[in-house]
Design a protein around this ligand. Structure first.
Ligand SMILES: Nc1nc2c(ncn2[C@@H]2O[C@H](COP(=O)(O)OP(=O)(O)O)[C@@H](O)[C@H]2O)c(=O)[nH]1
Ligand SMILES: [Mg+2]
Length: 273
């Protein structure tokens, strides 16, 4: 058999980068998405791997991943019994062990060339690198309905309170230092679509700056998100995140000494004038 670009198929060396792809009933979009992702990662000069996380999809999503042909980029499936994109990404991140990790959507709406920029920044010491469709260098082709656009504007306003300074919390393209991602994922409690806000807020609380990068983003038809079905849940999730992570007034430090108490004056040294 001819050697693969990574000599051993990239599978005997542990991956430097692992990418989690949450997938729910994605039999139509996942095959094309995985092909693109694997092709991109196979061209990178280091081993990488993909973890697809399925929530009991009722279509062929799991079967597609289980039968994914072996290649230079290993693709494995993990099931997540807790429903929701947030629960799936959390489960996937906790399965990783690589120095650098990330996640992206099954539709690969974010152009994968942004992986180069993300990894370059992680290698230079950034710990959280996320795609932002609001970045002035981004190119965005959006076909969302007016209702969804209105909801998104409202969501951004709320998210701005929880993660100040981040212009787009919801782009499904986020990369991290692996140790940080696993620590933060273990704390995540938001199972649904608002989980990105909790994730970024916890990274910021850890002292890690969120570095936003420009992306080329194309809305791909077939979204799992429905404003009618998901809006109420998102409002609840945002409320819960706020309750958990809101800045609490610091307890006033107790004075070391009671203010009314003053040390007794030292007795005059004997013999002083
Ligand atoms: N495992 C899992 N993945 C989900 C769930 N909901 C959404 N996703 C995945 O999250 C990603 C983004 O979803 P998408 O429908 O494209 O949302 P949109 O881009 O915000 O419209 C896709 O890979 C979906 O399959 C879920 O409940 N479970
Ligand atoms: Mg999408």
């Amino acid at each position: 058999m001819p050697p693969s670009p990574q000599g051993d198929g990239g599978q005997s060396r542990p991956p430097l980068l692992e990418i989690v792809v949450p997938a729910y009933n994605e039999e139509r979009r996942l095959p094309g998405g995985l092909l693109q992702l694997c092709a991109k990662l196979a061209r990178m000069p280091f081993p990488a791997a993909v973890i697809v996380v399925d929530n009991n999809s009722t279509d062929r999503t799991a079967e597609i991943v289980e039968n994914w042909p072996a290649g230079p980029v290993p693709v494995r499936l993990i099931p997540c019994p807790v429903p929701g994109k947030g629960a799936a990404v959390r489960a996937g991140l906790l399965e990783t062990g690589a120095p650098f990790v990330g996640f992206c959507d099954a539709d690969m709406a974010t152009d994968l060339d942004a992986i180069d920029a993300a990894l370059g920044l992680l290698l230079s010491g950034e710990r959280v690198v996320v795609g932002s469709r609001a970045h002035e260098g981004s190119v965005v082709e959006n076909r969302h309905s007016r209702v969804r656009e209105l909801g998104a504007a409202w969501f951004r306003a709320l998210a701005g309170v929880l993660v100040p300074g981040v212009s787009d919390t919801q782009c499904g393209f986020k990369f991290f230092d692996g140790v940080l991602a696993r620590e933060v994922a273990a704390l995540l409690r938001t199972p649904g679509f608002a989980f990105d806000v909790e994730l970024l807020a916890r990274c910021a609380a850890d002292g890690s700056e969120v570095h936003e990068i420009p992306v080329r983003w194309l809305d791909v038809p077939g979204s799992r998100f429905s404003p009618a079905r998901h809006t109420f849940g998102i409002v609840l999730e945002m409320g819960r995140i706020w309750l958990r992570l809101r800045p609490r007034p610091r307890a006033r430090p107790r004075p070391a000494v009671h203010p009314a108490w003053e040390p007794p004056a030292a007795p005059d040294p004997v013999g002083s004038p």
